[in-house]
Design a protein around this ligand. Sequence first.
Ligand code: AMP
Length: 372
Amino acid sequence: MRVGILGGGQLGRMLALEGIPLGHRFAILEPSPNPPAGGLGTVVAAAYDDMDGLARIAAAADVVTYEFENVPADSAAYLAARLPALPPPAALEVAQDRMAEKTMFRELGIPTAAFHPVDSVECLEAALAATGLPAVIKTRRLGYDGKGQAVVRTGAEAAAAVVRLGSGLIAERLVCFERELSVLAVAGRDGSRAFYPLTENHHRGGILSVSYAPAPGLTPVLQSEGEALAARVLDRFGYVGVLAIELFEAGGRLVANEIAPRVHNSGHWTLDGADTSQFENHIRAVTGMPLARPRVPGPAAMINLIGELPDLGALAGIPGAHLHLYDKAPRPGRKLGHVNVTGGDEAEVVGTVERVWALLPGEGELPRASGW
Ligand code: AMP
């Protein structure tokens, strides 16, 4: 099948890398030159709202999908009127706006932090009455990797944050969590579903740094709770494709933070740690192939390579370390690749993660798995 992807970054690249062996061909809409997915299909170099570019992608594909959620609503609607656009554009719309996202969680009975919209300093009092302090003030749209948000402990701090961040904000109660987790679900066109084990995620400076999977100490009860939350979101949209939900574990319960209607960085470990990756299952889902129920033979970890690359020869020499580079030029804060680590048991994985981490320039202390 001919698969169109909006976005030619690393997610588009890994979707194509996993989809080509299944017999699919790729057409990629990407405005920037030399994108990571560039060599893997036909590239349509145009902006995401360029009508001519959208028409060319629609003509070059039998189904279209996305590697990022901020696809302009009109572009998604244009494509959906011409060919299957999956996951459903309604899921993109919700994921683009933290108010819509949190409201959906509430409607679906999915626990989430108390929240309230904030449009000016004047309405801050009502918002903080709803959330309490400390709170997190975030932009409703276009925030990512911790950008466009502030933790505030007093009314004065909150007012300063609102002045700095502008209007179109949301206040959320600060969740005192034990750890951050994510659930990855995939839904097929035929309604079938599969889930990956919950993953434990560690961020540094707002960017995902290390993931451990299955999340250390993961119980069947917690896994079912995560799957049940994800299933409600899948139901809501008649969803097709991979869906990630970022979660907090607080007091042993799951609290939803946000959804990503796409393959997700916290699922990169599945390229080596599961027999079917999130990328392959996403392509299976959107092209109408049967989903593969992923088997996870042992523990795994994923370490992002951010800003600067380590000695790649040394890295490649570490048994159990699997290198994935994105063909991107180094730049501070930029995700250039990741290393997946697999091993026979947790101690082996941790030992290999330590060896990989020691090669990373200026990364500071390793974020450790809780309990391995
Ligand atoms: P987000 O942009 O919503 O993914 O937030 C980025 C990071 O900020 C999350 O991964 C958490 O570490 C932290 N964070 C966001 N919202 C909250 C919250 N309500 N309570 C506690 N921490 C939060």
